[in-house]
Design a binder for this molecule. Structure first.
Ligand SMILES: Nc1ncnc2c1ncn2[C@@H]1O[C@H](COP(=O)(O)OP(=O)(O)OP(=O)(O)O)[C@@H](O)[C@H]1O
Ligand SMILES: [Mg+2]
Length: 253
């Protein structure tokens, strides 16, 4: 871990009502690297990811304690502007979720809500975001067509482009390829590796090959706890905890 810490979680606990979903989580996410969250279903990966841009604020009965420091600033501080936070911390979900509007408008939506109205400027943003998400060539001739007419893999890259269009610093991706074929998956993996030059990426994946292919460090979760966090190569080649070893070798459960 050579890069500076972008996001730091200290003694994080999260409750959904009485259910203790995250337990004393301490994690550091280095800037411009890819951090992977792995672990069995229900262990809290999405819960932690969503906490990083305060998506859990919308969940009734959700209570969070501990610190989430973004560039040293607590994102749960009452002075934190949530709209600005969500602009800085973008998110891509498991199922591609384009808005039911044109490809162009999907990308322009975020910048417009942040006050950009000039057509030439928006055109430039749309083109750049689509290029950065490696989808420009496939859709430059159909920008005014509905995004819903794209394939699943194209839609997912569109959603990445939409997230990039507001110039975030961090990109959260929750199982972004689990609904995709191997070719689209490989495109998104290549894309993630390219994007880390400019962005800090946190990706949840059930695919351990994917974690080893693209991530710099990996955190293994179990029952709401981070059992182990290490450089990806080390975590997979020399797990320190028996539970990590059992999981990555498929002996879990
Ligand atoms: N809104 C909610 N209200 C109550 N409980 C929830 C809520 N969201 C998640 N949980 C519970 O918190 C735990 C962690 O869920 P989470 O979605 O973070 O798991 P996950 O690791 O992402 O699993 P998966 O790999 O299946 O996506 C689960 O037991 C889940 O049932
Ligand atoms: Mg999940």
């Amino acid at each position: 871990m050579d890069n500076k810490i972008k996001f730091e979680m200290k003694d994080v606990n999260l409750y959904y009502g009485d259910f203790h979903a995250l337990k004393n989580v301490n994690l550091a996410v280095p800037e411009k690297e890819i951090t992977a969250f792995i672990g069995p279903s229900g262990c809290g990966k999405s819960t932690l990811l969503k906490s990083l841009n305060r998506m859990n604020d919308l969940v009734e009965g959700c209570k969070i304690t501990g610190d989430f420091l973004l560039d040293g600033e607590d994102i749960y501080d009452k002075r934190m502007d949530i709209n600005k936070l969500r602009k800085r911390v973008g998110m891509v979900f498991q199922k591609p979720n384009p808005f039911p509007m044109s490809i162009y408008d999907n990308i322009a939506y975020g910048p417009r809500t942040h006050g950009i109205k000039n057509k030439t400027e928006l055109d430039g943003i749309v083109e750049e975001a689509l290029k950065n998400a490696a989808i420009w060539d496939e859709c430059k001739d159909r920008l005014k067509k509905s995004a819903l007419g794209m394939s699943g893999g194209q839609q997912q890259r569109l959603c990445i482009a939409r997230a990039l269009a507001v110039q975030p610093e961090i990109l959260l991706m929750d199982e972004p390829t689990s609904a995709l074929d191997p070719i689209s998956t490989s495109k998104i993996e290549d894309l993630a590796i390219e994007l880390k030059e400019k962005y800090t990426i946190v990706i949840v994946t059930h695919n351990m090959q994917q974690a080893t292919r693209i991530s710099d460090q990996t955190a293994f979760f179990l029952l709401g706890e981070v059992v182990e966090m290490n450089q990806t190569e080390k975590l997979f080649s020399m797990p320190q905890d028996k539970r990590t070893e059992d999981y990555i070798t498929g002996r879990f459960g």
